[in-house]
Structure formats: structure tokens, C-alpha cells
Ligand binder design. Structure first.
Ligand code: 16G
Ligand code: MG
Length: 547
């Protein structure tokens, strides 16, 4: 079949089987396309087409397609593409994706042709894709649309079935590294992580550490994955399962716990038991526990980042390896975490705008880059030079035995980590490894530093693009005069800090404030929301003072 015939075939399949459902423009954002599931059929079909083009321009390298709406309510769904090294889709192609899904069915063939020609895509290149989906009831039908898109342009496909987002990233990376990153299958993933984890704990207990967690699966794919992990982990970690099959993300999961600042529902809590919540596609994780007085304590992405960075620094020192270690956070990181990691652990901290790809991008500038958003999405990335040096040091006869042992440990820790993207279960195994090594209970971990009380608010404005920011979103440039007002308010609060930024996922402007006391943080957040409302053209109810 000629290229021209394929274009027209793609158009006729679109018209007959996957017609465009709306003229409302939709944009490929930080988390791909995401909306109500019943508005996604044509978008899925076209993303199948795009995955084939993306693979062809990458000389046939595998491209991932994940069907999920993560922590959103069950009736939503979404899709994102995974690039050859397991990273998120390149920004220039986000714009191409947006273009492709917004043209009319009749213009589709012409649009495909113009992408192929303007990008210089070699049509004779092969195309390979890896597809996964979450547990949403809408996902099987949307998968068929993606597969129809891939088939229309004659791409090859591996369908992984129901898997977490991080498994799609992992499999894509394995295929494109010819197996160097690991065995390219779901089973290969479980085995790589659990083998390394078990090796790192010949004895399951150590000091105050007990090998048991309570796991909130958010009624999603994380619960299914964890069942497989449990079989392989055996007695090395006892996992009590909760929220396996109810309504996805409803009153449970990482986002619920983080935003509501309370335990997921449906769990049997016990004082000081480590509880873990993941989100709907298992790429985010939050730890929490209740103490003897039933007080809730949350250990979020900042806590995980500081725990992990501190431990990696220790292993580097013990091995004598000269590698540059850094931590990447966003403006949302609690001020106490930044202070603790820079002043006590002496690990440099970089700050980037919100959104995983910004953090990931900055983290790869370090030999070893730890990155986490406060919401629990993050991982650790090792440069290829660092990986080589770590492997060599483990067998270097010029080093002392304890130096070699520390390097060997670092190598095994690396195998517990899914470097391709934030991975809730891999992150959990990493946290458990560090707590075990330290002989820490969850309260010991929590005692490392105290979070500053903080508050987040959102303000609706006529046009949120009037708010622009700089310095990794920590200061706003426009509207004129707003930052000066915020500065004045912040200067009145001991340990005060506040910023405003337009949301990338909702039509609102977000406000963050932290200060020495709960009352001060609440007050500062409200005051900032109030000036924002005034300067940026607030609509609807005015921000109200805290009670
Ligand atoms: C998206 C981002 C997440 C970010 C959030 C911010 C990815 C995969 N996800 O969910 O990292 O924290 O947006 O949302 O990049 P906001 O702009 O509405 O505050
Ligand atoms: Mg997610």
C-alpha cells in the first residue's frame, strides 16, 4: 500500500469507526490528554496514529502508549506517550499531538502527510509500540481505538494489558536498550526489583524496623501489581492489602491522603504501622501513620526525597566514590525539607517549575539526581558514567573491603529503582530499604525534621494567563505590583514563604503559603489569595478569611 493510500485509509477508519466527537479544542498537557472517558475515542485513535509516526522518526524505536487518568475520578480517562528512553514525550511533539487530535476527520489524512513531510519521517522505517492501560471500565474500548490507529498505519504493537504507568516506561526502556536495562516484560520488572530488594536485606528485621506495611491500592492497578510483588517478596516484607476493588481513587489513594491530610478510608490502622497509598496508575506514593494518640502524620515526596538523598550520600562517602549528588524539588517543597537537606545533609538542592518532566530534566544534570514532587511523584536517575563507576568500584581491588561493600550496595539499590519515571512500588521498596538499613521505625523517619505548617488555596480569575512567574515559579512577574504585595505580607510572618502560579491542569491560580504556625500559614495563604483576587481579576466568591 502506498503512503497516500495509508493516509486515506487512516481517514476512512476515522470517519467510519472513530469520528471526532467535539469541536472543542483539547491540549496535550503535562499529563497527556485527559478528560471524560466518553470524549476520548477519536483522540485515542489518533494517538495510535501518532505513536507510529513517533516510532518511525526514531528509526523504529519502541514508543509507549499508556491509557490512564491517574488519580482523577473513575469516569475520566486519558492517554500519554512514552519516548524511547522511557521519558515523557518531547515538548515539540506535544504540540504536534495537539494539532493532530484537533483537526476535522476530513483533514486527518492531510495533517498526517504534513507531519511526515515537515519532520522528514522516513516512511520505510519500521514502527513499534508498547501499550498499557489502567483498570478503568472505559479503558478496554479506548484501547481498541488506540490499536485501530496503530493498525491503520501498519505499526507493530505489544499489548501489556492492565499495568501501571511505570511498567510501560520500564518495558519501553528495556526494549530500546536491547535488554541492558532489564528483561522487557512485566515479569522481568517484578523480578529485577524484588531480587535486588531481597538481596539488600538478608535479615528482614533490623533495630526499630519491622518488615510490614499496610498498602492502600486506591482500588486500582497498584493493588493488582502489589499482589504479584507479594508472591515474590515472601517474608522479606509483609504487605497487608486494602482498597483493591472498589471505585477507583474514591476516598483513598495517594492524592486523597495528600490533599485531605488524613488516612485513606477502608483501612484498619494501628499505632505506628507504616501505611502506604499509591495513586490510580501507581506512579505516586505517600506514606503515613497514626501515633499512640491517633494523630495523623504524613510522609510525602519531600520526606522520601530527603531520606533517599541522605542515604545515597552516606553510601557514596562509604565507598569513596566521587560522584556529584543533587536533589531536585519544586516551589511546593516544604521549607524545612530544603533546609534539612542543604544544612544537615549537605546535598545541593535545585528548584524547577512544577511538572515531572522539568524535575527529571534537571536531575539528569547530576551524576546521581534525586527528584520528587511533594505530591509523591519522583525517582532517582544515575548517569551512565555513574553507573559504570559504581559497577567498577564494587570489584576494584585497590579499594578497602568496606568501600567495595558500599559500592556493591549502591549497585543493588540502583536495581530497586525504576529510573525511567516515578514508580510508587519501586519507591516503596527503596524507602523500605533505607529504613531497614538505618533500623528506623516510621516515627524515627518522621523525627528527622518538622514540616512547616502550610496551606494551599485556589483562586478563580477571568484569565489565568495574566499571572506569569519566574525563578521556578517562586516569584510572579505579572500582574504588575502583585509580587511586591506578596513580599510585604510574607515579611510579616516568621519563616513565611508564599507564591502564586497558574495551574497547568485546572482553570485556576494556585496559592501556596507556609509559616511558623498553623494559624500564620492559614492567614498568609488567605491574604495572598485576597491580593491575587484583586490584582488578577478574580471571579466568583472572594477568598474568605480562615475561621
Ligand atoms: C500534573 C503533573 C504533576 C504536577 C501537576 C500539577 C506529570 C506527569 N504530572 O499532574 O507533576 O504536580 O500536574 O498540577 O507531569 P497543577 O499545574 O494543576 O498544579
Ligand atoms: Mg499517577
Amino acid at each position: 500500500m502506498s503512503v497516500e493510500e495509508l493516509y486515506s485509509q487512516a481517514t476512512s477508519v476515522a470517519l467510519k469507526q472513530h469520528p471526532k466527537q467535539t469541536d472543542k479544542e483539547i491540549r496535550y498537557g503535562t499529563a497527556g490528554f485527559r478528560t471524560k472517558a466518553d470524549m476520548l475515542d477519536s483522540i485515542m485513535y489518533r494517538m495510535g496514529l501518532l505513536a507510529v509516526l513517533r516510532s518511525k522518526i526514531k528509526q523504529g524505536a519502541s514508543i509507549g502508549v499508556m491509557i490512564t487518568a491517574s488519580h482523577n475520578p473513575q469516569p475520566d480517562n486519558g492517554v500519554k506517550l512514552v519516548d524511547p528512553q522511557g521519558e515523557m514525550l518531547e515538548a515539540a511533539w506535544e504540540a504536534i499531538a495537539t494539532d493532530l487530535v484537533n483537526v476535522s476527520d476530513a483533514e486527518l489524512g492531510q495533517k498526517l502527510k504534513s507531519i511526515v513531510e515537515s519532520k522528514g519521517i522516513q516512511w520505510s522505517n519500521p514502527a513499534h509500540t508498547v501499550v498499557g492501560r489502567d483498570t478503568r471500565p472505559s479503558s478496554p474500548a479506548l484501547l481498541r481505538a488506540v490499536l485501530d490507529g496503530i493498525a491503520a498505519l501498519k505499526g507493530e504493537v505489544v499489548d501489556l494489558g492492565i499495568v501501571s504507568t511505570p511498567i510501560v516506561h520500564y518495558v519501553v526502556t528495556c526494549i530500546n536498550s536491547n535488554g541492558a536495562y532489564g528483561q522487557a516484560s512485566e515479569e522481568g520488572y517484578y523480578k529485577k526489583l524484588t531480587d535486588a530488594f531481597k538481596k539488600l536485606r538478608p535479615e528482614p528485621t533490623n533495630g526499630n524496623y519491622q518488615p510490614a506495611v499496610k498498602f492502600d491500592g486506591a482500588n486500582g492497578v497498584g493493588a493488582i501489581m502489589m499482589r504479584r510483588f507479594i508472591e515474590l517478596l515472601g517474608p522479606s516484607l509483609r504487605v497487608e492489602m486494602y482498597n483493591e476493588s472498589g471505585e477507583l481513587n474514591h476516598q483513598c489513594g495517594a492524592d486523597f491522603v495528600k490533599v485531605q491530610q488524613r488516612p485513606a478510608e477502608g483501612m484498619t490502622l494501628a499505632p505506628h504501622a507504616r501505611c502506604v497509598s499509591v495513586d490510580g496508575d501507581a506512579d505516586r506514593i505517600i506514606y503515613f501513620y497514626v501515633d499512640d494518640n491517633e494523630k495523623f502524620h504524613m510522609l510525602d515526596g519531600d520526606r522520601i526525597a530527603t531520606l533517599v538523598a541522605g542515604y545515597l550520600r552516606e553510601l557514596l562517602e562509604a565507598s569513596g566514590l566521587q560522584l556529584d549528588l543533587g536533589l531536585v524539588q519544586t516551589a511546593y517543597a516544604n521549607g524545612s525539607s530544603t533546609k534539612y537537606i542543604t544544612e544537615q545533609l549537605h546535598v545541593p538542592v535545585a528548584c524547577t517549575p512544577t511538572g515531572v518532566k522539568h524535575l527529571h530534566h534537571r536531575a539528569v544534570d547530576f551524576d546521581i539526581g534525586v527528584y520528587f514532587e511533594a505530591n509523591g511523584h519522583g525517582t532517582v536517575v544515575f548517569s551512565s558514567a555513574a553507573q559504570r563507576k559504581i559497577a567498577e568500584a564494587g570489584a576494584d581491588p585497590s579499594l578497602s573491603e568496606s568501600q567495595r561493600a558500599a559500592a556493591g550496595r549502591l549497585r543493588d539499590v540502583m536495581d530497586v529503582i525504576n529510573q525511567t519515571v516515578g514508580d510508587a512500588i519501586s519507591d516503596m521498596l527503596l524507602v523500605e530499604t533505607v529504613l531497614h538499613a538505618r533500623g528506623w521505625s516510621i516515627a524515627d523517619w518522621s523525627a528527622a525534621y518538622s514540616d512547616l505548617p502550610n496551606r494551599q488555596l485556589k483562586v478563580s480569575v477571568k484569565d489565568r494567563t495574566v499571572v506569569t512567574t519566574t525563578d521556578a515559579e517562586r516569584r510572579c512577574v505579572t500582574p504588575d505590583g502583585l509580587q511586591a504585595e506578596i513580599d510585604t505580607l510574607v515579611s510579616k510572618q516568621p519563616q513565611g514563604r508564599a507564591f502564586v502560579r497558574p495551574s497547568g491542569t485546572e482553570d485556576v491560580v494556585r496559592v501556596y503559603a507556609e509559616a511558623e504556625t498553623r494559624t500564620a500559614a492559614d492567614q498568609l495563604a488567605y491574604q495572598v489569595a485576597e491580593v491575587l483576587y484583586r490584582y488578577a481579576g478574580g471571579v466568583g466568591p472572594k477568598p474568605t478569611p480562615p475561621q
